[in-house]
Design a protein around this ligand. Sequence first.
Ligand code: NAD
Length: 361
Amino acid sequence: GRTLKNILVTGGMGFIGCNFIRTLLEKTPEFSGRIVNLDVLTYAGNPASLADIESRFGPGSGSVRYVFEHGDICDRSFVESVFKKYDIDTVAHFAAESHVDRSILGPEAFVKTNVMGTFTLLDIARNFWQARKDTLFHHISTDEVYGSLGETGYFTETTPYDPRSPYSASKASSDHLAMAYHHTYGLPVTLSNCSNNYGPYQFPEKLIPLMILNMLDGKPLPVYGDGKNIRDWVYVEDHNRAVWAIMQKGRAGEKYNIGGENEWENIKLLDALIDITADKSGLDKNKIRGTINYVKDRPGHDRRYAIDCSKIKAELGWKQAATFGQGLERTVDWYLANNGWIKGILSGGYKNWVKQNYEGR
Ligand code: NAD
C-alpha cells in the first residue's frame, strides 16, 4: 500500500470525519503519520467530538500526530498555507454541506462548499504536488449522485449520474471535478460513493440520531410520506475502513462504491430502533409507537437507494464488520452515554432550525 504521512482531513469535526480520525489514530497501527484536521465549524462541526484526541495526540502531547486548523476550504490562501506548513501529501476530503433538507431550503451554501470548496482543494493539490509522485487526493461522496431506484436493481460504479436534490447535484459536480483533475492534470485521485452512514457523533438532524433523541425526550417521531422509502445503511466505522483501504491500495482514477448491503424501509428501521432504544432506556414501546407522526413528504424524495459494492470487496478485500443489529446497539448506547455532547450540539443555531423544520409541520 501507499505510505501516507501528512494527511489533510477536511471536515474532520463532522460526523464521518471525526470517526475517521479516531479510527486512524486509535485502531490503525499501520498508520504512523500525522493528521491535520481542517474545518470551518459550521453548525455540523463540533470540536467536542475530538477533545480527547486533541489531548492525547495534539500539540502538547509527546509526539504530535493531530493538529486542528480552523478555516474554510473555499479560502485559497488559507488552504495553501496549510499545505505548506504541514507538507501535506494526502487529502481525505470529507468537508461538505451534507443535509438534503437544508439544501432544499438554502442551496447556495451547498454550491459554495461542495463545488467551489472541492475545486479549490483540487486546484491547490495540483499546484502544490506538481512534481511529486507520493500523493493522493481521496474524495468522499454519496450514492445519492446516482438518483433513485425502483423496486429492483443496484447502483454500480458505472451507473450514470442522475442527481435530484441540490445536495446530490452539488456532490455530483464535485465528483466530476475530482475525476477531471485526474484525467486532465494527472492528479492521483480516488473517489468513493457511500450509502447512508450511522453511528456515534452523528448530528441529530439525520434520521437515526433524530429518532433516538426524540424518543428519549418524548417528542413525536416525524416520518416522511408513507415511510416506505428505502435506504441502505452502513456503520460509520465500516465506511471509514473502506475509505482507508482505498487510500492505501485503490487505483488512482478509480471510483469505488461502499455500502452496507443492508436495505431498510424507513418505517421498518424505525420499528427496530424503537425496540432497541426502549429496551435500553426502559421506555414503553407502545407509548413510543404512538408518537410516530407522518409528515408531508420531502420534495423530490428519492424512493430507493441500493448499492452494489462488489468492486471494493473483490479488489481491495474490504467487507462490512458490523451487522445492523450490532451497529444500532452501539449507536443507541453511545447516544445514551453522551448527554454532554448532545446538549452541546443542541444549543446554538440548530435548535431554531429544528423548530422551523421538524416541529412546525
Ligand atoms: P457533517 O455535516 O456531519 O460534517 C461536515 C463537516 O464539514 C462539518 O464539520 C463542517 O463544519 C465541515 N465543513 C462544512 N463546510 C466547510 C467548509 N466550507 N470548509 C471547511 N469545513 C467545512 O457531514 P458527514 O455526514 O460527516 O459527511 C462527510 C462527507 O461524507 C460529506 O462529503 C458527505 O457528502 C459524505 N457522505 C455522507 C454520508 C452520510 O450518510 N452522512 C453518506 C455518504 C457520503
